[in-house]
Design a protein around this ligand. Structure first.
Ligand SMILES: Nc1nc2c(c(=O)[nH]1)N[C@H]1C(S)=C(S)[C@@H](COP(=O)(O)O)O[C@H]1N2
Ligand SMILES: [Mo]
Length: 532
């Protein structure tokens, strides 16, 4: 069939979408065997993330928050469905055009899959097989939609009295075809089953399962250096105030990975090389056998707006980075650690910060369990006092000892500073911005952080009045945030509440408002509330 104009546009669109679905289902199934990373939709989405300009990424984080990836993947699927529908309509006119369009998908998919870090030729398989089956499915569905009319030679345009009239008739190219809705719909239903089964089976086969199983069955070693016991009173336990320890499930997540890299701990190794005398390659079991340090550390993202949610505090367990680096034998001209994750993200960390005595860790556990996959399983870096983008590499597999004037990490050419010490910040959690509180005595409370220096004071002012000292919760050390609270007699009306923190070196947080780029936002968190 070259030209089947009997087929209505909706039927062509349906055939296109189902054929596209079959292509994706088959690709997913193949990716389940070859590797999750080889699924072309994710590879294309990842490429979109990497290629999109920094302001767009910031917009996505600011607008969709932690759902930014779901929105992106959803968007990719919507675009795919629309294009597939269009190709289906095209295929009812000229089948080859529709097929050629699907092949165009293969080109884009292959480009994305094969340019991923660590890509191998076999990663092309899901795209190639998926699109090939999709192309075949499209012609099969179009073929089902247009059946040759019975008795083509003497086909009656109008049914004689007493006979059922046939549906739409086509005479394009002189060959009479009728649109066969039933056969198209049964074919489409079959296609949907294939697409769904391929997707489910492919996901089941995927590495996520294996890695989840490995993670759950891990026995964590006891720390050689336990964290100091939490002093009493680290948590005021106020309703609506950020808890001192963030549960793993509530911990913010920021990374460039659309599908979280699944790293098998049995094959994981960390290579330390570059400006060292004795390069090291260490396995996961070897890392677990090292003396492990436990520490409470608050992680903060440079993309956190003043008052924003991208900070979390956990108890980490890990091997001290400085010990391993010392064993490798640092050369004196080195000043940077370039760490690389299993999915190719890179991070540049000042060497002196890591070697200077703070609890910089290759962390294996978070709040008493093996690192969640989303937070870097099996091993991630945690460095107190540095924003995540310059320190906290998840799924870390490679550490190159180098120099800032020779190497550049992922975010640097994208408009972010090469070095990112955390700026002192304070946040009002209570009352919530825009809330209406009952007039009378109420509590203003929040958290403040100045990692590795520590928070010494938090002050609050209402309606630009005098700064008042908030009371501070206890902290185990300088590397965590600190809760603060202040009682307030709220008079009826609108009020503006501002907060500022002073770190242990005596520096008070600046009120000057600056954006998150290039090295972190500044300004006092300000909320307006109403008392009634
Ligand atoms: N592999 C990898 N590690 C990464 C990132 C990333 O994109 N990829 N993002 C970093 C950034 S910007 C931050 S703020 C922290 C966030 O860690 P979390 O997701 O565990 O909260 O991870 C860091 N480590
Ligand atoms: Mo970040």
């Amino acid at each position: 069939m070259q030209s089947n104009q009997v087929i209505p546009a909706w039927a062509g669109a349906l055939a296109g979408i189902v054929a596209g679905g079959v292509a994706l289902g088959v690709a997913q199934l193949a990716a389940g065997v070859v590797g999750d990373d080889a699924f072309p939709v994710v590879a294309v989405g990842d490429a979109v993330v990497d290629l999109s300009p920094a302001p767009l990424k910031e917009f996505a984080i600011a607008t969709f928050g932690e759902n930014d990836k779901a929105v992106l993947v959803g968007g990719v699927f919507v675009v795919l469905a629309l294009v597939a529908a269009g190709l289906g309509v095209l295929a009812t006119r000229r089948l080859r055009y529709g097929q050629a369009g699907l092949a165009g998908f293969a080109v884009v998919g292959l480009a994305a899959v094969l340019t991923r870090p660590g890509a191998q030729l076999i990663d092309a398989l899901p795209t190639v097989v998926g699109v090939a089956v999709g192309v075949w499915a499209l012609s099969w569905l179009i073929g089902r939609a247009a059946s040759p009319a019975v008795a083509p030679a003497a086909f009656p345009a109008v049914a004689p009295a007493g006979e059922t009239p046939l549906p739409a008739v086509m005479r394009a190219g002189g060959e009479p075809y009728v649109f066969d809705r039933r056969r198209l719909l049964t074919g489409a239903a079959g296609g949907v089953v294939v697409a769904g089964a391929g997707t489910l089976l492919g996901r089941g086969l995927g590495s996520r399962r294996t890695v989840d199983a490995a993670r759950v069955s891990l026995a964590l070693p006891a720390p050689a250096t336990p964290a100091p016991p939490l002093p009493p009173g680290t948590d005021f336990k106020l309703n609506g105030l950020t808890p001192f320890i963030t549960k793993n499930a509530d911990f913010y997540r920021v990374d460039t990975a659309l599908i979280v890299t699944q790293v098998d701990p049995d094959t994981w190794t960390l290579r330390i090389h570059g400006l060292v005398d004795r390069p090291i390659e260490i396995t996961y079991q070897e890392l677990l056998k090292r003396p492990l340090t436990e520490a409470d550390i608050t992680l903060t993202c440079v993309s956190n707006e003043v008052g924003g949610p991208y900070a979390g505090n956990a108890r980490w367990l890990g091997a001290r980075m400085a010990d391993l680096l010392r064993e490798a034998g640092l050369r004196s001209d080195a000043d940077m650690l370039l760490s690389t994750s299993a999915d190719g993200f890179t991070c540049g960390t000042p060497l002196d910060v890591v070697m200077g005595g703070r609890d910089a860790l290759f962390a294996v556990a978070m709040n008493g369990e093996a690192l969640p996959v989303d937070h870097g399983f099996p091993v991630r870096q945690v460095v107190p006092g540095l924003y995540g983008y310059v320190s906290a590499t998840k799924w870390v597999v490679d550490l190159k000892v180098t120099r800032f004037d020779t190497d550049e990490a992922y975010w640097t050419p994208r408009g972010w500073a090469a070095k990112g010490p955390i700026k002192t910040q304070s946040r009002i959690d209570l009352p919530k911005p825009g809330a209406t509180v009952t007039a009378g005595r109420t509590t203003i409370a929040g958290v403040a952080w100045a990692q590795h220096t520590g928070v010494d004071a938090v002050e609050v002012r209402v309606d630009r009045g005098a700064w008042q000292q908030a009371r501070l919760a206890a902290v185990p050390g300088p590397d965590t945030w600190r809760q603060w609270a202040l009682d307030w007699d709220a008079t009826p009306g609108d009020h503006t509440i501002e907060v500022r923190a002073t770190d242990a070196s005596g520096r008070t947080q600046t009120g000057e408002r600056r954006p998150i780029t290039p090295d972190g936002a500044t300004g006092w968190h300000t909320v307006t509330v109403q008392a009634a």
